[in-house]
Design a protein around this ligand. Structure first.
Ligand SMILES: *Cc1c(COP(=O)(O)O)cnc(C)c1O
Length: 380
């Protein structure tokens, strides 16, 4: 027998309880019962985001939320600064370009996160920048940006901060109100333990002012329409009812665990994984590692694509490779959502077995033992 376990940083594993919830008979959305769902989900989303702001739920993947945020906030006359430090950061540049939004790219070396000083310098150099776009957790390189520090800069300068929190919210500390994030987006298929298909945008008062005076054409992902419906706990268009049912289960379970505990458990998986790979002589790729996903450099002599293939076909573990320039150079492990310490020990054991089969020289079991030590320390 072989179990398939997803360790990819999206989609991630979905708990059996969520699958069962989503298998229940279809309900109609223009009902008092559905409005109760919308209301409860909204309150729980605010808790996960640590915010009092409106959180809009869209049907679509994360990019739908990115598009809604940018097109809503940036019409003619505004200028965005887009940090470019990985594959997902690049996507934000693409969204700006696709809609003809005036923007400046701020390239940062892959594997590093953006710091407050980077943003300060760029804004000092160009006073017309009134929008800053940063990926909180750059999933392609597993690097963390300092959203809290950057929020201090944008808040003082009366600019808005749009943050891609797709592998941050519900995984690592993300405090929208305290940090001063104006548009914070995420998607269902990462830390929320759901299939792909829902996207979320939390919008601050400052960002709503921009959206209310926006001039870009938009219909389906017009955040104003969703806000208007939400005032009656309603939705403008047919929602992804099945996914919203699953969402309620996921959000309730995260609330029950406590968001700080969710963050610290994710961090523990990352810590154990880093200890394990270092114990067998491998190196962590990013200079500023994030806790929601770990990227590990593939050692010389190891065939990355064969390694991933074997891990899946022989051992049932699906991990991710590198994207763009990192293709063939790194492997990535998710720590988000429905994953526990024994899943993590399992993927590390499979990694060791696969490396051994490729004649990589190390002491078999050393990585697993290092991870076990981290876990044993944490649960004692
Ligand atoms: C997964 C991910 C996205 C995904 O966008 P999709 O439209 O859902 O494919 C965007 N940004 C980051 C940081 C991600 O990790």
């Amino acid at each position: 027998m072989k179990k398939i376990r997803l360790f990819t940083p999206g989609p991630t594993m979905v708990p059996e309880d969520v699958l069962l919830e989503m298998a229940r008979p279809m309900e109609h959305h223009r009902t008092a019962a559905y409005r109760e769902w919308v209301k409860e989900a909204h309150g729980l989303l605010q808790y996960i985001y640590q915010t009092k702001a409106t959180v809009i739920t869209l049907a679509g993947s994360g990019t739908a939320a990115a598009e809604a945020a940018i097109v809503g906030c940036c019409s003619k006359g505004h200028k965005a600064l887009v940090v470019d430090n990985g594959k997902f950061a690049e996507r934000w540049v693409k969204v700006c370009a696709a809609f003809g939004i005036e923007h400046t790219r701020l390239p940062i070396e892959w594997g590093r996160g953006a710091k407050a000083a980077d943003i300060q310098k760029a804004m000092d150099a160009d006073k017309s920048i009134d929008t800053v776009i940063v990926v909180h957790s750059e999933t392609s390189t597993a690097a963390l940006s300092d959203i809290q520090g950057i929020g201090k800069i944008t808040r003082d300068r009366n600019a808005i901060l749009i943050a891609d929190g797709i592998t941050a919210i519900g995984a690592i500390p993300a405090k929208m109100d305290e940090w001063g994030v104006d548009c914070y987006i995420t998607g269902s298929q990462k830390a929320f333990m759901l299939p792909p298909g829902l996207a979320f945008v939390a919008v601050s008062d400052k960002a709503w002012q921009r959206i209310d005076s926006g001039k870009m054409p938009i219909l389906y992902n017009d955040l104003k329409a969703y806000r208007k419906s939400l005032s009656d706990w309603d939705v403008p268009y047919t929602p992804a009812i099945t996914l919203v049912r699953g969402l309620l289960w996921s959000l309730r379970s995260m609330k029950e665990r406590g968001i700080e505990n969710v963050w610290s458990e994710t961090s523990l998986m990352a810590k154990a994984t880093r200890a394990a790979v270092e114990a067998i002589g491998l190196k962590i790729y990013p200079k500023d590692p994030v806790d929601s996903v770990t990227a590990v450099l593939v050692p010389q002599g190891v065939d990355e694509s064969a390694l991933r293939k074997t891990m899946r076909s022989k051992h049932g573990f699906q991990i991710a490779g590198g994207q763009g320039d990192l293709t063939g150079k790194i492997i990535r492990f998710s720590h988000m959502g429905y994953v526990d310490m024994f899943d993590t020990i399992g993927v590390l054991a499979a990694l060791e077995m696969t490396l051994a089969a490729q004649n990589y020289k190390f002491s078999m079991g050393a990585g697993v033992a290092a991870a076990q030590k981290v876990f044993a320390e944490a649960v004692k």
